[in-house]
Design a protein around this ligand. Structure first.
Ligand code: ADP
Ligand code: ZN
Ligand code: ZN
Length: 662
């Protein structure tokens, strides 16, 4: 009899179904508890979302919870955060919570020992702090004076002292007994920043959260934050889910960076989730960037976010001089103009560093046979195999497929087959022939494939034991190279006319960032951009260091064309062995959408640009609305129906809300 009175627990489990599961519990289990429950033939860990008096299922069918983890139940704002993310991104709640929990808790385990705060006091050295510039003072004062939800855009070029502003704002929060959360785009950047934050706050407990931290460490950091022991959470996008009882400030550095959006599974934007969180908790949030996303800039110019500007560099005297090199009437040598080569020679003579930016790794994008037209395609993807001459392999950058470099054309036997186009390896080879005395370093995901290799490359650059750097956008991010005075940009024009409407925004950000690497110490910097479109407004804005002009022009174009941020988008994507199956699923989904009505625009299902990946054919359907709530309401009822739609067994589908890639 007593069993019937046991409360029913509604538990979120990581299974691909948009529902909760009922279990029999006991009186002491509350929402937010982590529980181990029987599921199918095994046991799963889940989060208790609600406690009910009874279940829709017959009482004798209900299984009992097996164990409760010895963790303080997660707070209601954490549950509400996960529920928001589940609703907004159309992803099952159990999946969201599983991602939001650290690795050990997800498996129902606890780390062995919770870290004690290191002994400090007497030995700690007081950090040296620069005297703030006027604009920094204004920014810190505005952030520290904010009460309740207050979004800020901190706009300033690299080196203008944004990080210093974050640190001062965090200091105020810590003095008031609060917790601060700071998110950065990539693990590669966190060691530098970790050092700087730790040096500034020797007394604070800092929880580091990114995929490079071992499972136990991440779990401890999560529990430290949850218990209020950690003062600062510093991490990549996944840190946005850390529970923080005393949260008083959120900082998103490089807010425009695409890596804040997860591109698989739960396709969330950590920046957007952070803004929701700041609103939910009633705290200020600072979004910092030299090249804000147009979404964020639009908010700042329309008054929804407050704009704080840092207009000059904190240390170097002047920003780099940016110029274009018109290559229309010139025969390039290995892709480089006479002007760029001359500028490099000068740097070599003066013992300074040059950097050539080419955002394409490998030796050449494709191997081809001029006799019959054969090209090195990937048999699993709608993409070419890239020539990697360094280890003599052909490699697919989408699925990882590898093959040896054939000695003759596989189709016609012609031995005279060639690599076409140019990647970083080819540029490196050409430069070492042209400047045999120079020490050349290539920096891309091949040469910096591990954190150790990456750190060694950075050390070499800092020590000045390299004269010429050849690299992809890896080099563009947050590194201070004191001897670098020249940045050359080879072949960026394609992005000006790409089908992707976000390509110019990305190009502008990359070139600003890579240009910002030069002239950071006492030496003045120069940026040379080779182009066949020297008067293009994007390049002209770079020359004038005028992000605002570029952003205004782009926003005007977007408004005219009806692109974000003036409309809100979602994609339904499907993949299957047969393209027709994927398209048929989307067509049926479109029919069911039409039946629902609502003020959304539905486009036709189309194959994706990369229409085959890992042998799966991929197609998508775009949905748009000028109103975010209208789009959300539509998606909620539409996606609920999709779970019941009949699909071929091998078909997979997902929804991507606010997609960045098409
Ligand atoms: P950003 O984050 O905008 O790239 P940082 O905050 O890292 O800029 O500042 C760039 C450099 O200038 C750092 O070495 C920093 O210590 C220094 N710096 C920042 N603010 C000041 C200041 N007010 N006076 C002197 N140096 C400063
Ligand atoms: Zn051939
Ligand atoms: Zn492939």
């Amino acid at each position: 009899m007593s069993q019937a009175l046991d409360p029913v627990l509604q538990v979120a489990l990581d299974v691909p179904l948009p529902r909760l599961f009922d279990y029999r519990g006991s009186a002491e289990i509350v929402p937010g508890s982590l529980v181990r429950v029987p599921f199918g033939k095994g046991v799963k860990t889940g989060v208790v979302v609600a406690v009910a008096a009874q279940s829709d299922q017959p009482a004798d069918k209900l299984k009992a919870v097996e164990a409760v983890l010895a963790v303080t139940p997660l707070p209601s704002d954490w549950l509400a955060l996960c529920e928001f993310v589940s609703r907004y991104y159309q992803h099952p709640l159990g999946g969201v919570m599983s991602l939001a929990l650290p690795p050990l808790l997800r498996q129902g385990k606890l780390p062995r020992k919770l870290k004690e705060k290191p002994a400090g006091g007497a030995e700690t050295v007081l950090p040296v702090m620069p005297v703030m510039l006027d604009e920094q003072v204004v920014a810190v004062a505005a952030i520290s004076a904010a009460s309740g939800f207050a979004p800020f855009l901190l706009h300033g070029i690299t080196g203008s002292g944004k990080t210093e502003v974050y640190l001062r704002a965090i200091a105020t929060v810590l003095e008031r007994g609060g917790q601060a959360m700071m998110l950065v785009p990539e693990i590669a950047l966190t060691p530098q920043l970790e050092g700087r934050v730790a040096a500034r706050f020797p007394q604070a407990r800092i929880a580091i959260a990114h995929s490079g931290v071992a499972d136990a460490g991440r779990t401890r950091g999560f529990l430290d934050a949850h218990a209020g022991r950690a003062d600062i959470v510093l991490g990549t996008r996944l840190a946005v889910f850390m529970p923080l009882p005393r949260l008083q400030l959120i900082v998103i550095d490089e807010e425009h960076d695409g890596s804040f959006k997860q591109q698989e599974g739960l396709r969330y934007s950590a920046r957007d989730v952070a803004v929701f969180r700041a609103k939910q908790r009633g705290v200020p949030i600072v979004l910092g960037s030299a090249t804000p996303s147009l979404e964020t800039f639009h908010h700042a110019t329309s008054g929804r976010y407050r704009l704080l500007e840092l207009t000059r560099r904190a240390v170097a005297e002047a920003p780099p001089r940016v110029a274009v090199v018109d290559t229309r009437r010139e025969k390039l040598q290995d892709g480089m103009s006479a002007a760029l080569l001359a500028a490099m020679s000068e740097r070599l003579q003066r013992g300074e560093q040059s950097l050539i930016f080419l955002n394409r790794r490998g030796y050449a994008p494709v191997l081809a046979c001029p006799a019959c037209g054969w090209i090195s395609g990937c048999r699993r993807c709608a993409a070419n195999l890239v020539v990697h001459l360094a280890d003599r392999r052909l490699r697919c950058h989408h699925c990882g497929l590898e093959a040896g470099i054939p000695r003759a054309c596989p189709d016609c036997g012609n031995v005279d087959i060639h690599p076409f186009g140019r990647g970083t390896q080819r540029l490196e080879a050409a430069l070492s022939e042209r400047f045999p005395e120079a020490r050349i370093l290539r920096i891309d995901r091949d040469s910096a494939s591990t954190p150790v290799k990456w750190a060694a490359l950075l050390d070499a650059i800092h020590e000045g034991s390299a004269d010429i750097l050849v690299g992809t956008q890896m080099l563009a991010k947050g590194h201070d190279f004191p001897k670098l005075t020249l940045v050359g940009v080879a072949g960026a024009d394609a992005a000006l006319f790409a089908a992707d409407f976000r390509a110019p925004e990305r190009l502008f950000a990359q070139l600003m960032q890579v240009g910002g690497r030069s002239g950071r110490a006492a030496l003045a910097g120069e940026v040379l951009i080779q182009t066949e479109y020297p008067s293009h407004p994007l390049y002209q804005a770079l020359i004038a260091h005028d992000y605002a002009a570029f952003a205004a022009a782009q926003l005007a174009e977007r408004e005219q064309a009806g692109f974000p941020p003036y409309v809100f988008q979602a994609l339904l994507r499907a993949e299957a062995k047969q393209l027709d199956d994927a398209l048929a699923f989307l067509a049926a989904a479109r029919e069911s959408a039409l039946a629902l009505g609502g003020s959304v625009t539905l486009y036709d299902p189309v194959p994706m640009r990369l229409f085959r990946k890992m042998t799966l054919e991929r197609a998508q359907l775009l949905v748009e609305s000028a109103s975010r709530p209208a789009l959300q309401a539509f998606l909620t009822s539409w996606v609920a129906g999709l779970y019941n739609q009949k699909t071929p067994r091998d078909l997979r589908w997902h929804v991507d809300v606010d997609p960045l890639e098409f």
